[in-house]
Structure formats: C-alpha cells, structure tokens
Design a protein around this ligand. Structure first.
Ligand code: PA5
Length: 447
C-alpha cells in the first residue's frame, strides 16, 4: 500500500477533551470485525460487486479496445451526473496536467481534452456544445439507470447535434456506459446500434469509479488504469483484514463514526493540500452523503442520521474557512489529504532579501511552504482542540488514487454497518428524480 495514515491528532493526547480516547475504539472493534467478516463472506458469495471491480479483466480489455477505436479524437465529453460523473472527473483532475484542456494536442500526448457535462444549466451546456466540434468529439453518455433526467436531456441534445452535423457517421462519435440489460438508455442503444460499455448491475453509481465509468475515460486519457486497479485491489485486501491495526478502513470507520455519534462532530471536512486531490474530496462528499444520510435504519425505524461531508482546499481555504474551523463550533473533524512529493519542485527566487515579508522565503521552495502551511494548520487546529486525521499520498499517481477510491468505498460500507443503515441505496435522490419527472410531464408520474 502506498498511502500512509496518521491518526495522532484525532486523540485526546493531541486534541484535548475533543479528541478520542483509545478505549472508545477498543469498544467498537468487535462490531467492526464482525462487519468485515460479513463483507468477506458476501464477497465470496459474489455479492458486494464493487470489491471485485479491480479484477474484472473483461471490463479492462473492453474499455482499452473502445478507447483505442477513438484514438486521435480532440474532445471527450462525459454526460452523466452524481456517481456517473464524479469518479471520472476526480481521476482526470488527479492524474492529468492541471491545465490539460488548455494544452495543444501534442502537449496532451495526442489525448483528448475532457469535459464533464453534469448539469442542466443551459448556459453551461450550450457552451460545451458550441466549443466541442462534433466531428472531433466523442460523447460518453453514462447512466446506470438509463433514466436520469439530466443525462437524458444531455443525450437528446447530443444525438440531435450528431445526427444533424454528421449524418450516417453520427454513431462513430458516441459510446454509452449503462446497465447491460435494463433501462431506456440500453434500449435506445440497441435500437440505434450504438456502442456500449456495461456497468455491472449490482454496482451503484457512487461505487462505480473502478468500472467502465472510470476506466474508459482513463484509457482515453492515456492513464495507467492497470496501476489504478492494482492499487484498489491491494487496498481491498488490507481493508478486509481482520487484523484491526493493519486495516485502515476499519480504523477510519471507527474514528469517523465515533466523532459523529459520540463526540458531537457531524461535520466531516476533507481538506486536500493539493489541487489535484480536490475532486477526490468532491467524489468522497457524494459517497459519504448519499450512502450514510438515511431516514430509516435496517429495522425500519426512523433515525434521520448521517454525517455532513464538506470539502476544502489547502492552503487556499486557510483564508476562507479556517477561521471558522479554529474558532467556530466544535462540530467538525478534519480529514487531511497531503502529498509528500509533487510532480514539480518550484524554487522561490532569492530576491528582495531586505524586505522582511519576502526575504525569508527566497531560496526555499513552494513545496516546503505548502507542507509547512499544512503542518501549521493541523497543529493550530489541535491546539484549539479540533481533531484531525491525515492520509498521506507519497505522490499522486494511478496506484494511490485507486487505493483511495477502494479505501473510502470500504470505509463507507463499514460505517453503514455501524449506523445500521443501508449504505447502497438512495431513496431521497430517487424521490427527487420522480418528482422531476412529474413536473416535466413524464407519463405515469404525478405532479
Ligand atoms: O450514486 C448514485 O447511485 C447516484 O448518485 C447516481 O450515480 C446518480 O443519481 C446518477 O444515476 P444514473 O447513473 O442512473 O444516471
């Protein structure tokens, strides 16, 4: 495993009376070990399919081939929302050049720009359609259910645009990722003879990043999908270990659950000290919110529970959020993501040595400044009794982000067990979807 963990600042030794006591964790251990045993048994019985995604050689080969067939294209537009968009967006921002879409084709290694169309804001959507010449664009429509209104609306515009601009060749510019059998998108693909990628039926949207949802865009961008799956598979083995001290998912689940339920800290802030990891926090936000925010528990009792995930960026948000984090209510725990080695080292020129606010920086690096700001913020929080955890990436690469995805998917499943809720459904989202259908006049859905 390449990620490393530091939970010191979560405990009372560092964070005072708002920090955890080791005995709290000891008390939860038996429940977590029981949950892990259940997950292992479910995996062996072919359930919990997200755990098997790192080993799906068929999906890997199909996505590689599909990407190959679109080689040389200028733009890849993903039309999807929620779990059908956040994973690929996180992979893209973690692994591609920060200004990838502004580089010319050579500098991009002949790989396409990537745009994520995940809203039905007419100005935003129109801008994408105007910018991306259909002749040079592949549209990857991603929808597990094949019915989500936002993605359906984008599909209508895409199909119409492609047919009008490209005539009989329009089919060469679209590929749909959807359930292998059910849903209107699947039916439409059969009717129109469009190429498709299968989204495993038992994998929910927010657990699908390691399926063709994330794999196909990764191949299109020339990223190391194999290393990403390797990292995920390796992490799954650690996280299904019954040796609690070696199992980062069990420890994270225990700590975050305890902060919410026993320490009055329902706000879970993921603060990334690297721009490349910011959309990983966005991906986490959906996973945490949609999986754990539930009205009813597994016994059918109304519970209305769940932590509130928040994302933040260091050092930027030190000048926006940290005042609140340090002096505001004691209702937060912080999950820091730090990077040990960035792709670049940026030296700060030794100029203006006589100007006190500039001189001391000269000759040092921006890398050291960011690391120091992280360390100082974590320490300042702890001094104000604000607990935190740290996950360190040795570097941001395909393997480490694969590890991260699998880690938090398993942490979420384990927390589902602790909260005694189903982390794999989303009845609240479904209700909103049905009401939208009604308002838009879909047959069979009342207003
Ligand atoms: O995680 C989930 O299940 C949801 O966020 C879905 O991904 C989202 O609602 C989009 O659904 P679909 O992929 O069916 O269009």
């Amino acid at each position: 495993m390449s990620l490393s963990f530091n939970f010191t600042h979560a405990f009372s030794d560092k964070a005072g009376e708002h920090g955890l006591e080791p005995r709290d964790i000891a008390y939860l251990k038996p429940r977590l070990l029981d949950a892990i045993k259940q997950m292992r048994a479910q995996r062996e019985a072919g359930k919990l399919e997200f755990l098997n995604l790192p080993y799906d050689a068929g999906a890997f080969a199909t996505c590689a081939q599909a990407a190959e067939s679109f080689a040389g294209v200028e733009n890849l537009v993903i039309a999807g929302i929620g779990g059908s968009a956040l994973g690929p967006a996180a992979i893209f921002s973690a692994l591609c050049h920060p200004l990838h879409n502004l580089l010319d084709a050579d500098a991009r290694g002949g790989r396409p720009r990537l745009f994520t169309l995940d809203n039905v804001d007419p100005d935003y959507a129109s801008a994408y359609f105007e910018f991306c010449d259909p002749r040079e664009t592949v549209f990857n429509i991603i929808s597990k259910s094949g019915a989500t209104a936002e993605t359906a609306a984008a599909s209508l515009v895409i199909f119409d645009l492609l047919k009008k601009r490209l005539g009989a060749k329009w089919r060469d510019h679209v590929i749909c990722t959807t359930d292998p059998k059910s849903g209107d998108l699947r039916k439409l693909c059969e009717r129109e003879k469009l190429p498709t990628l299968d989204l495993p039926p038992a994998v929910g949207g927010r657990f699908s990043v390691l399926s063709p949802v994330g794999l196909f865009p990764a191949f299109m961008l020339g990223l190391n999908a194999e290393a990403m799956l390797f990292g995920a598979g390796e992490m799954a083995e650690f996280c299904l270990s019954v040796e609690f001290e070696r199992n980062p998912a069990a420890q994270l689940a225990a700590i975050l659950y305890l902060f919410d339920t026993s320490y009055g800290k329902p706000i879970h802030v993921m603060m990334t000290y690297a721009n490349s990891l910011y959309l990983l926090a966005d991906w986490f936000r959906q996973l945490w919110a949609e999986s754990l925010g539930k009205a009813v528990n597994l016994d059918g009792k109304t519970v209305n529970l769940g932590p509130t995930p928040v994302k933040a960026l260091g050092a930027t948000d030190q000048h926006s959020q940290v005042q609140l984090y340090i002096e505001g209510p004691f209702d937060k725990v912080f999950v820091f993501l730090e990077v040990k080695e960035f792709r670049c080292e940026l030296k700060l020129p030794a100029l203006y040595g006589d100007v006190s606010s500039l001189g001391y920086l000269g000759g040092q690096t921006m890398n050291k400044l960011l690391a120091s700001e992280f360390s100082a913020t974590r320490e300042a929080l702890a001094k104000h009794q604000r607990p935190s955890l740290t996950i360190s990436f040795p570097r941001v690469d395909a393997r480490s982000i694969g590890e991260f995805f699998m880690l938090f998917e398993i942490v979420t499943a384990l927390c589902g067990h602790l909260y005694h809720i189903n982390p794999f459904d989303q009845p609240g989202v479904e209700l909103g979807k049905r009401l939208t259908y009604g308002l838009m006049g879909r047959k069979g859905y009342a207003k």
